[in-house]
Design a protein around this ligand. Structure first.
Ligand code: UTP
Length: 299
């Protein structure tokens, strides 16, 4: 039987340049989707998938993430004194969610490097990697879908999604073994390419921000050279690992929002606002009142 996945790594040390100036002094992971920071969606997904330890990779300017998941005595005392029970429960729930450990990535040397710095904290066991930017509304939760595949096949599992050809060069892309379409949306990986040119992409199956990895990824990452931009890519580390063991891919069933870019972020805010019982009706009425056919700037 495959060992249990107890730990989840959240790389959150990137600079978030696509969201400047909002991210000059605050982490992009703390931008809210309605009233909940982006990263909390991912943490809640991990908790509901059976993970009991979170390892957050942070860097300069990311203290707000640590504060968010920590106990805030002043705030709790204030809410208690004012009798604001619901808000107090909400705030306490956040700090009681799960065990957190933090590790700093001195310099943002790439996603592969961010995973590599968790080596000592992860130790010799399988672990999940969750990129908080990808917020996935799914049941079962996205990372649980991967854990289930891992438990069945015992090897690393990557989440993939079919993306249109004109967007494929934004992603790591997999080639699959032609004979190894193992089951419903599950594949054996033959090769991986980071951000291929459209005409070189080996498929339309793009790697999205969920992985279940095994500890042998660490020596593979340590042996992976940085690319032309000076970063160590996780995709290239996985390619190295593929030389010594099978790797699997799983098409996740759910709705994914890439909140790391502005349009994806806006779509996610609308999507989650329309799922909130306290906001949905009024917000839908407002959206319906907009003249979406008017020229930009006059709607
Ligand atoms: P992105 O490619 O989205 O980069 O990283 P970024 O720096 O966060 O954002 P932009 O492109 O400048 O706007 C994907 C994930 O990998 C993490 C990021 O925090 C994000 O969760 N990451 C990336 C690291 O933790 N360290 C790195 O060196 C690079």
């Amino acid at each position: 039987m495959a060992p249990i996945v107890r730990k989840a790594v959240f790389p959150a040390a990137g600079l978030g340049t696509r969201f400047l100036p909002a991210t000059k002094a605050q982490p992009k992971e703390m931008l809210p989707l309605v009233d909940k920071p982006i990263i909390q969606y991912g943490i809640e997904e991990a908790v509901s998938s059976g993970v009991d330890n979170i390892i957050l990779v942070t860097g300069r300017g990311k203290n707000a993430i640590e504060d968010h998941f920590d106990v805030s005595m002043e705030l709790e005392t204030f809410l208690e004194a004012r009798g604001k029970r619901d808000q107090l429960d909400e705030v306490r729930k956040i700090s009681n969610l799960i065990n957190f450990a933090y590790v700093r990535q001195g310099e943002p040397l790439g996603l592969g490097h961010a995973v590599l710095v968790t080596r000592v904290l992860v130790g010799e066991e399988p672990f999940a990697v969750i990129l908080g930017d990808d917020v996935i509304d799914a049941n079962p939760p996205a990372i649980k879908q991967l854990v289930d595949v891992f438990e069945r096949y015992g090897g690393p599992v990557l989440a993939v999604e079919r993306v249109p050809r004109d967007q494929i060069s934004n992603y790591g892309v997999i080639a699959i073994e032609p004979t190894a379409h193992i089951g419903d949306g599950i594949y054996q990986v033959r090769d991986l390419v980071e951000k291929p040119a459209r005409e070189d992409a080996p498929s339309d199956l793009a790697i999205i921000g969920r992985y279940v990895l095994t500890p042998d990824i660490f020596p593979a990452l340590a042996a992976t050279k940085s690319d032309g931009t000076g970063e160590i890519q996780l995709t290239n580390g996985l390619r190295e690992l593929l030389r010594s063991r099978p790797i699997y891919a799983c098409e996740v069933k759910g709705v994914r929002h890439d909140t790391g870019n502005k349009l994806g972020y806006l779509k996610a805010v609308v999507y989650f606002a329309l799922r909130r019982p306290d906001l949905a009706d009024q917000f839908a009425t407002y959206l319906a009142s907009l003249d979406l056919h008017a020229p930009a700037g006059k709607r």
